[in-house]
Design a protein around this ligand. Structure first.
Ligand code: NOJ
Length: 551
């Protein structure tokens, strides 16, 4: 059975679930999801066993970047409800043991934010210096996040008579983090939502937020800003976390945890994700194995967040061109399935032609590699994308609750939904919660079992990873040791049966198969037969005298 971890680093044993209120459940039939609908679904979420919800932006917004363009950091978009509805939701969630983290989007504001409106119209306004202005558009930085719509990171504002920095769309002017007043605003925003009961923040675009431009933004050490924000967070609420979006090379990500582990508590592991997809595409464990070896060590209180899919394009930007091409060829050969030349706009099930074995393999990895797993809503039932929706929004379709035409998401005319549901093989008539709940073999029930097992296996979230040599080509073998316990995991990336052999030393007398609950007597060299795309998790049982050797 599982062992409860003793300390209070709750995020190390958490299972996160990302959702957008707008696309989750519509309680009033206007075609837009809302806090009322989400609150009605809390029992579903508690039932599948996730422990923390990450809400994508729900703040007032003109909606030019699906809410990542905020005009009021202290409010709820009226289409989604009111602050009162938000508080009722947080309270109901807490009653079911669910924590909430919210998106903190403070690299930029919407250009319609009152700060920017005042900044552009009055050079003497205190808000002018909330943004980054130049008389001439500098040539750098040159790398563009959205190369389909933007040609520069600087835009000329006719009212201001100057150029302003925008790392994302031109309608998202970057805030000037070197201005102490901006830093105070960020702390105040965090303080507000913490007071309303959230357990932390998913911090958008962290490297850009801290970016030091050639011309000196910010003044001083950018990382001091993050140290200060994290310290503020801890003072206000000791168990709250910062989960940061940092998609950089292996040698660059470590510093975002902070020299003393005092910056981000967690970072999404984009590196693991990209290597995972390359391994899946090539039916070879080598890319993932090599990436796991290259990942920097994580400070004691910190953690990776592992995911199969997130709400953006599935970026492959850290792969070599040939590697990226291999993933494209395997999982999205049609240019319409690709985005920005660097990513895919599909969800996993159609990428693997619905092959349940490969879907399970991917989630088994996300749940057993060192880190905390994060699900995107709908992954638990195997939802697909709708490629008719442009760009990154293809994967942000409404949650599919029932087989009805509106997927049980809304009673509004399905044709009127801003994000149309997919049709056919992956449409709501084929893929939905209601049909999967009573079916023991459904992906939903498999995922529930996986989540439960993961929560009973703290070695996975907390342990030290050791890669093992199983002698079987294409099979990744790893072990995780924590507090005297050891878990072994095997993942066969190939479609072929494989025999993997592991040496079970340090007193192992038996293995418990954690996904089937069978127990095998085992010691010495043990061979495991894995079917194509097969996977196993085992807990090592030792004779009482011999503790685990930590490697
Ligand atoms: C990253 C978010 O994940 C993405 O959806 C958004 O467009 C950009 N940051 C800008 O906020």
């Amino acid at each position: 059975m599982g062992m409860a971890a003793a300390d209070d680093l709750w995020w190390k044993d958490a299972v996160l679930y990302c959702l957008d209120v707008e696309t989750f459940a519509d309680s009033d039939g206007d075609g837009c999801g809302d806090f009322g609908g989400l609150t009605d679904r809390i029992d579903y979420l508690a039932g599948i066993g996730v422990t923390c919800l990450w809400l994508m932006p729900f703040y007032p917004t003109p909606g030019q970047d699906d809410g990542y363009d905020v005009i009021d950091f202290y409010g709820v978009d009226p289409r989604l409800g009111t602050l009162g509805d938000f508080v009722a939701f947080v309270r109901t969630a807490a009653g079911r043991g669910l924590r909430i983290i919210v998106d903190l989007v403070v690299n930029h504001t919407s250009s319609q934010h009152p700060w920017f409106q005042q900044a552009r119209s009055d050079p003497a306004s205190p808000f002018r210096d909330y943004y980054v202005w130049r008389d001439e558009a500098p040539e750098s930085p040159t790398d563009l996040v959205f190369p389909d719509t933007e040609t520069s990171n600087w835009a000329y504002d006719g009212v201001a008579g100057q150029h302003y920095l925008h790392r994302f769309y031109a309608h998202q002017p970057d805030l000037n983090i070197s201005n102490p007043a901006v830093r105070e605003e960020i702390a105040k925003i965090m303080g507000f939502w913490l007071q309303l009961g959230v357990s932390g923040f998913r911090v958008d675009a962290v490297p850009y937020l801290l970016e030091v431009l050639p011309e000196g933004k910010p003044r001083g050490n950018a990382h001091d800003v993050l140290v200060a924000l994290r310290a503020f967070l801890s003072r206000r609420r000791g168990d709250a976390i910062l989960l940061g979006e940092v998609n950089l090379e292996p040698q660059e990500v470590r510093r975002f945890f902070g020299e003393h582990g005092d910056e981000l508590d967690m970072q999404f592991s984009f590196l693991t994700n990209q290597a995972l997809h390359l391994s899946l595409a090539r039916c070879d464990d080598a890319p993932l194995r090599q990436m796991l070896q290259r990942l920097p060590e994580v400070p004691a209180g910190c953690q990776w967040a592992n995911f199969v899919r997130n709400h953006d394009e599935l970026t492959l930007d850290k792969l070599q061109p040939q590697e990226r091409d291999d993933v494209f060829a395997a999982f999205g050969p049609d240019p319409g399935m690709q985005l920005f030349g660097r990513g895919l706009r599909r969800r996993l099930p159609p990428m693997v032609a619905g092959d349940r074995r490969r879907i399970e393999l991917a989630y088994s990895l996300a749940f057993s590699l060192p880190g905390t797993p994060v699900l995107l809503y709908g992954e638990e039932i195997g939802m697909a994308e709708n490629l008719n929706i442009p760009g990154r929004m293809s994967v942000r379709t409404p949650m599919q609750w029932t087989a009805e035409p509106g997927g049980g998401f809304s009673t509004a005319d399905p044709a009127s939904l801003r994000r149309p549901l997919p049709t056919g093989e992956y449409g709501p008539e084929a893929v939905n919660v209601a049909a999967q709940q009573p079916d023991t073999n459904s992906l939903l029930n498999w995922m529930e079992r996986l989540i439960r097992r993961r929560k009973e296996t703290p070695e996975l979230g907390r342990g030290n990873l050791r890669l093992l040599d199983s002698g079987a080509p294409g099979v990744l073998a790893h072990r995780s040791d924590y507090d005297g316990g050891t878990v072994l995991a095997l993942h066969n990336f190939t479609p072929h049966e494989r025999d993997a052999t592991l040496r079970l030393d340090d007193g192992c007398t038996a293995l418990v198969d954690l996904l089937s609950d069978r127990r095998h007597e085992a010691s010495g060299d043990v061979t495991f037969r894995l079917e194509g795309y097969g996977y196993r998790w085992y807990r090592v049982i030792r004779s009482a005298q011999q503790p685990a050797s930590h490697g």
